[in-house]
Design a binder for this molecule. Sequence first.
Ligand SMILES: Nc1ncnc2c1ncn2[C@@H]1O[C@H](COP(=O)(O)OP(=O)(O)OP(=O)(O)O)[C@@H](O)[C@H]1O
Length: 193
Amino acid sequence: MQARLTATDLACRRGERLLFRGLSLDLSAGDVLHVTGENGTGKTSLLRILAGLLSPYSGEVSHEGAIGMLDERPALDPDQPLGEALRFWQQVDGCADPAEAITAMELVPLLEVPVRYLSTGQRKRAAMARLLCQQAPIWLLDEPLSGLDDRAQARIAETVSAHAAAGGIVVLASHQPIAVERLSAFALAEYVV
Ligand SMILES: Nc1ncnc2c1ncn2[C@@H]1O[C@H](COP(=O)(O)OP(=O)(O)OP(=O)(O)O)[C@@H](O)[C@H]1O
């Protein structure tokens, strides 16, 4: 897996406020970065800048390898049964082995359930299955553990570890600790204006 993610001297402004500045990153295959910071410091904003969904106020981002993002919006059709909703994305993403992702996230018993009936944790696991199918080397995970029980949290931690071990890059923003080897902590407070 060929992956690199760099950010140079990033500053982020939302509305009238400069949230952070002087932020640089250089991540390569196998790196896992845990971004921490109080509510409103700009963790989601940073991930959106890295994903190219939000323009930085200044600075630059570059990457080698596709980016997959997980946030609170799973982008799964709420009216479709989960299996159908996932199948749509599997076709778009050209997923080689959808069954593996579905099994890994323990979704087999839920495939007939309409997405709108899924619980918060089930929805997050579904979003993770979609991410696995994207086969993107760079993962940006916004609060991947929120709403998950202990077993599902452990499953996500294993999945993140496996992705890094296979040469992927993971940047995750989380208020909760995550049991992943080779995790680097990144305190956004150091860059807050
Ligand atoms: N579209 C917007 N326009 C103006 N301000 C915004 C916009 N989106 C977010 N903000 C503000 O930017 C700040 C940072 O938001 P962000 O969601 O990046 O923080 P966060 O660190 O992820 O917070 P949390 O821990 O609560 O998820 C907040 O004060 C928020 O109100």
